[in-house]
Design a protein around this ligand. Structure first.
Ligand code: ARG
Length: 579
């Protein structure tokens, strides 16, 4: 059930009856204040402009033609031509009753499923995952879960950085270690991060080392067996690390989703030859470059997009062009969504432009780079360890669970040891995820343990606690999951809660369209808050409540608990019965 859709359809039918085109924008929005009803139809103003008519007059005609019979009690004109719609309680109760009987909680079937490739997480291997990859991983996973729930065909792609120049440097350093008698086993068990740092230092400081490193890259990329064997060691060890992080984070990525940079290696020469042949790429100072006039700077210099380096090496950019070809043509994607930090925005603009010109991206494939901002420390600077190093994700998540445990123990009275451990894990990981997911994707945000672990405000603990409260009410009322009663919406708080519950699909659609899980976070927070208001105003367990009233309210509670649980699950956040 999508009330916004329904009102849009009704409004468009009314537009047609007035002689306007069927696709006239109905501009239906959720009302911001109770005195404006539940929804507003704002399309009369723009349509009146087209017709050179007085907007209020058009709004009046529109209301005449609107067939809202049992859906709404009122459709009132306000201001210059807004139409405020107040929904009918009996109609809402019927819709919600249908949603309650449905395993999809009233979310309509997806009649035109799309194939969506989602490129997320994508850590650079041979380094441990750090907090920078947290955002891509969890935002991507929330969007993936939502797309799947909606019924699209999702292809996850973990575009791991396993093929860059850093591997030349690592192999060169490893070769020297082996020559000095250190065995491979030992290296495999050592801290990758330390190994990387040592190699990088030599790369920057040691005469001749950088050249050696570059030679190894060329060898590796042209299929040298020995180099590949050493390379594989770094890859295996790194993937073990990322597995551990994914598991801790409760994200859905598996080995089968790894489609790393190296997987496109055998396509790169073909891409480069083709771009030359199409005369899109030209030689410039020894490198092959596509110049993009569309992205010219202020002086009119076109933006250079290098696809092959001097000396023949391929780049990150070449690989992304190959990925376009593969996703659009081989996987037949209707949409490609890529989550990286905002600093890569230009890169993806360039990739899309080149790929469209060259025919690697079909016109029917949407290409959405979804950037995100930086995670900041409480000092307002990019999040670092106390000594200024990058924060390892695995360690951060461990700390979250420890901190959550302390918070939970302060509150809990009668949980067993095992329950405390389970709750601490769900609250700790949930808190880190929700704090991130609830922020507008494109803004930077401040990472604060105290804020994210608070039971007040929009946090995971608040929502998890709200869920346990609803569940405890249901337990006290001795209600089972199969309980079913007739909904009857009488009080305003009951109605408000019902409208919110029926807005679940609308919210998911918006999350999908904008790739913005924060919309779902807001929705769940508002739902939980409305439930609390309802609970205060509409007693269920007090003596003297009429059974039919009580049962209707318990039904509202059941649906609320189911939507809270489902919604949090789409964010990859667990709930529990008690905390
Ligand atoms: N490995 C890259 C990084 O850490 C992200 C890759 C994103 N995906 C892509 N197709 N380029 O910045």
């Amino acid at each position: 059930m999508n009330i916004k859709h329904l009102l849009t359809e009704k409004t468009q039918a009314a537009f047609v009856a007035l002689g306007l085109p069927a696709d006239t924008n109905a501009a239906v929005t959720v009302s911001t204040k109770p005195e404006f009803g539940d929804y507003q139809i704002n399309g009369a103003m723009a349509a009146a402009k087209l017709l050179k008519m007085n907007p209020r007059q058009l709004a009046e005609q529109l209301v005449q033609k609107l067939e809202l019979a049992d859906i709404a009690d009122k459709a009132e004109i306000a201001g210059p031509g807004f139409i405020n719609v107040t929904l009918n309680k009996a109609w809402l109760a019927t819709q919600l009753q249908l949603a309650a009987a449905d395993s999809r909680l009233g979310v309509t079937a997806n009649t035109t499923p799309q194939t969506v490739v989602v490129d997320y997480s994508a850590p650079n291997l041979a380094k441990e995952m750090h907090v920078g990859h947290l955002r891509s991983t969890i935002i991507g996973d929330a969007v993936v879960r939502t797309l799947e729930f909606w019924g699209d065909k999702v292809i996850r792609q973990n575009h791991m950085g396993d093929w860059g120049t850093q591997f030349g440097m690592l192999i060169a350093h490893l070769e020297d270690k082996l020559a000095a008698g250190i065995d491979l086993e030992q290296v495999a068990l050592a801290d990758l991060e330390d190994f990387y740092r040592e190699a990088k230092k030599r790369f920057d400081d040691e005469e001749g080392f950088a050249d050696k490193a570059r030679d190894y890259v060329v060898k590796l990329q042209s299929g040298d067996v020995h180099c590949q064997k050493l390379w594989q060691l770094f890859i295996d060890t790194s993937i073990k690390h990322s597995d551990e992080v994914y598991q801790k984070l409760n994200v859905t990525l598996t080995h089968a989703d790894i489609k790393p940079e190296s997987a496109y290696n055998n396509m790169l020469q073909g891409i480069v030859d083709d771009l030359k042949q199409q005369q899109l790429a030209v030689e410039s100072m020894g490198a092959l470059v596509v110049f993009l006039a569309e992205l010219a700077d202020k002086e009119g210099n076109p933006s250079p997009f290098i696809i092959q380096k001097t000396g023949g090496g391929f780049l990150y950019s070449t690989t992304d062009l190959a990925a376009c070809q593969y996703r659009s043509h081989d996987l037949n994607a209707d949409r490609v969504i890529i989550f990286t930090d905002a600093r890569q925005a230009l890169h993806f603009k360039q990739v899309e432009l080149v790929a469209r010109k060259a025919g690697y991206l079909r016109a029917a494939t949407a290409y959405d780079h979804c950037p995100f901002g930086t995670m900041m420390g409480e000092d307002g600077k990019p999040f670092k360890t106390r000594t200024g190093g990058t924060v390892k994700l695995a360690e951060l998540l461990e700390e979250a669970v420890v901190r959550a445990k302390a918070v939970v123990q302060e509150k809990a009275t009668d949980l067993t040891e095992a329950e405390v451990a389970d709750v601490a894990r769900k609250v700790g990981i949930g808190a880190v995820k929700f704090a991130d997911l609830s922020k507008n994707r494109t803004s930077d945000y401040i990472f604060s343990w105290d804020a994210m672990l608070s039971f007040e405000g929009a946090t995971a603990p608040y929502l998890q606690y709200a869920y346990t409260r609803v569940r405890s009410i249901l337990r006290r009322a001795e209600i089972t999951d199969s309980f079913n009663a007739t909904l009857n919406l009488v009080e305003e708080q009951e109605k408000q809660l019902a409208v919110k519950l029926l807005r679940f699909e609308e919210t998911l659609q918006q999350v999908i369209k904008d790739a913005q899980p924060n919309l779902l976070c807001n929705y769940l927070y508002e739902l939980a808050s409305l439930y609390m208001t309802f609970y205060e105003a509409c007693p269920m367990l007090k003596d003297g409540i009429e059974p039919a009233v009580r049962d209707s309210r318990l039904m509202l509670s059941i649906i609320t608990s189911r939507i809270l649980k489902q919604g949090l699950d789409l964010l990859g956040i667990g709930v529990m019965e008690r905390m």
